[in-house]
Design a protein around this ligand. Structure first.
Ligand code: HEM
Length: 434
C-alpha cells in the first residue's frame, strides 16, 4: 500500500477541549473505544500536546524504538517536568546530549549491579510491612510509596539515617505531591512550565529541596570513602564526561531529582497493582507464597511481568517527529507526536490470548517480547530504571508474602484511576492484612 501523503490517520471529530477532557477522565477507556472504531493507527487532539498518533502494531512500535533518535525526539514531550527536574535532566535531553548523559548514568543501573541493593531494599520493606495494622481496611499504595521513596533516598542518594534524611524525606514528599497529586498537578499544567517557575510557593519548595540536595552533593564530593561507596550518587560523582570532566553540581541535582520523579511513584504503583491483582486471585497468591518459601523466583517474575502487562503504570510513550516519516501507511508530517500505545499493545489478543485475564503463567515459558511487552518503553529511551524497578518489586513482594497474608476489602476489581502521571488502583490497593 502506498503511503497516504498529508493525511493523518482517522480519529474522533470532537473539538480538542472535549477530547482532552475525555482523555483526562479515562484515558484507557478512550483508547479502547478509538481502537475498536479506527484500528491500530488513530489520532487524538490533546490540548498542550497537539496531535498524537497512536501506534498499536508491534511493527510500528519497533520502527519507533529503532529509528534514528535525531528524527524522533522524546525530550520535548517531557517539557512539562522542566520546573521540577531541571534543564539537564535525562528526561528532557535529546540527541547527542541525551546519549552522553545516558552513558554516564547507565552503569549503576545494570541488571547485575542492582543485586548489591538487595539487603537494603529488603530491610526497608520488612520494617515498613511490620508497621501495618492487622484486620482493618488498609490502603497499600501510599505505603508502597513510602517504601520506594526510602529506597531511592538510601540506594540512589545514599543518604544515611539522621536529621538530613528526615528533612529530605519531608521536603521531597511535599514536592512530589505537587507533581503527582492530580488536583495540584492540574494547576502546574494550566500555568505551563515557564510561568510555574515564578510561582511563589513552588519556588520556595524547590529552593528548600535544592539546598538539602546540594549540601548532600558537597559533602559527598569530599567523602574519604567515595571510591568504596555503592550508592548511585557516589558512582555518578566518579563518572566522567567524554572530555574527562566530572558532572557539575547542577547536573547531579537534576539527575537525582529525575530518578526520584521517574522511579518513585511508578514502582509504588506497580507494586500496588501486583497486590490488587493477587488478592483477587487467591490460588495464584498461594502459589507465589509457596514458591517464595522454596526460594524460587520463576513465578514471582511472571507475576511482575503479568502485572506490568495487564496494568501498565503508564499507557503510552511518545516521540515528536522532526522529519516526515511513514507509519501504518500514513506519511506523517514533522511536528506530529507518535505514541506507541503500551496499554493497547498489551491487550492484543493475538499476542496475549484472553488479554483481560491475570495469567502470570503465560510468561513462564515465554519471555516477554521486545516490541510486545513495553511497560518500560524502548530503544535509546527505554526506562533507565527498568531492571532496578523489577528487582525492587521482587524484593518487596517476597518480604510481603513471607510475612503477611492478604485479602481484598471488596470483591470487585479496583478500577483504574489516573493520577497526574500514573494509572493507579481506584481504592489504592485496599486490603485486609493478617
Ligand atoms: C515499574 C516502574 C517503572 C515504570 C513502569 C517506568 C516506566 C518508564 C517509561 C514508560 C519510560 C519512558 C520510556 C520511553 O520513552 O521509551 C521511562 C523512562 C525513564 N525512567 Fe522509568 N519506570 C519505572 C521505574 C523507574 C525507576 C525505578 C527509575 C530510576 C530509579 C526510572 C528512571 C527512568 C528514567 C531516568 C527515564 C528516562 C530515560 C531516558 O529518557 O533515556 N524509572 N520509565
Amino acid at each position: 500500500m502506498s503511503a497516504r501523503n498529508g493525511h493523518l490517520p482517522p480519529g474522533p471529530r470532537l473539538p480538542m477541549p472535549v477530547q482532552t477532557a475525555i482523555w483526562f477522565r479515562g484515558a484507557q477507556r478512550f483508547l479502547r473505544t478509538c481502537h475498536a472504531r479506527y484500528g491500530d493507527t488513530f489520532r487524538l487532539q490533546i490540548a498542550y500536546e497537539g496531535t498524537w498518533v497512536f501506534l498499536c502494531n508491534p511493527d510500528d512500535v519497533k520502527q519507533v524504538f529503532t529509528s534514528d533518535p535525531k528524527v524522533l525526539h522524546a525530550g520535548e514531550a517531557n517539557r512539562i517536568l522542566l520546573p521540577v527536574v531541571g534543564p539537564q535532566s535525562l528526561l528532557l535531553l535529546d540527541e547527542d546530549a541525551h546519549l552522553e548523559h545516558r552513558k554516564l548514568l547507565l552503569p549503576p543501573f545494570h541488571g547485575q549491579r542492582m543485586k548489591r541493593y538487595g539487603e537494603l531494599m529488603s530491610d526497608i520493606a520488612a520494617r515498613e510491612i511490620e508497621t501495618w495494622p492487622l484486620g482493618e481496611p488498609y490502603k497499600l499504595r501510599p505505603r508502597m510509596q513510602a517504601v520506594t521513596l526510602e529506597i531511592i533516598l538510601r540506594a540512589v542518594f545514599g543518604v544515611q539515617e539522621g536529621e538530613r534524611l528526615e528533612r529530605l524525606r519531608f521536603e521531597l514528599r511535599r514536592l512530589l505531591d505537587m507533581v503527582t497529586d492530580p488536583k495540584k498537578a492540574i494547576f502546574l499544567i494550566a500555568l505551563g512550565p515557564e510561568r510555574i517557575r515564578e510561582h511563589g510557593p513552588f519556588k520556595r519548595d524547590i529552593a528548600r529541596v535544592d539546598s538539602l540536595i546540594y549540601a548532600e552533593i558537597r559533602e559527598r564530593r569530599g567523602a574519604d570513602d567515595l571510591a568504596d561507596r555503592e550508592d548511585i550518587l557516589s558512582l555518578m560523582l566518579q563518572a566522567r564526561h567524554e572530555d574527562g570532566s566530572p558532572m557539575t553540581d547542577a547536573e547531579l541535582r537534576d539527575e537525582l531529582v529525575t530518578l526520584l520523579v521517574a522511579g518513585h511513584e511508578t514502582t509504588a504503583t506497580a507494586l500496588a497493582w501486583a497486590v490488587e491483582r493477587l488478592v483477587r486471585h487467591p490460588a495464584k497468591l498461594e502459589r507465589l507464597t509457596a514458591e517464595v518459601a522454596e526460594e524460587r523466583d520463576e513465578y514471582l517474575n511472571a507475576v511482575i511481568q503479568e502485572t506490568l502487562r495487564l496494568r501498565p503504570v503508564i499507557s503510552l510513550v511518545n516521540r515528536t517527529l522532526k522529519e516526515p516519516m511513514e507509519f501504518g501507511g500514513y506519511e506523517l508530517p514533522a511536528g506530529v507526536k507518535v505514541a506507541p500505545c503500551i496499554y493497547l499493545v498489551h491487550r492484543n489478543p493475538e499476542i496475549y490470548p484472553e488479554p483481560d485475564r491475570f495469567l502470570p503463567e503465560r510468561f513462564l515459558d515465554n519471555p516477554p517480547g521486545t516490541y510486545t511487552w513495553i511497560p518500560f518503553g524502548g530503544g535509546v529511551r527505554r526506562c533507565l530504571g527498568g531492571a532496578f524497578a523489577q528487582f525492587e518489586m521482587q524484593v518487596v513482594l517476597r518480604e510481603l508474602v513471607r510475612r503477611r497474608t492478604l485479602r481484598p476489602v471488596r470483591a470487585a476489581d479496583e478500577r483504574v484511576y489516573r493520577r497526574a502521571i500514573t494509572e493507579t488502583p481506584r481504592h489504592d490497593a485496599e486490603v485486609l492484612v493478617a
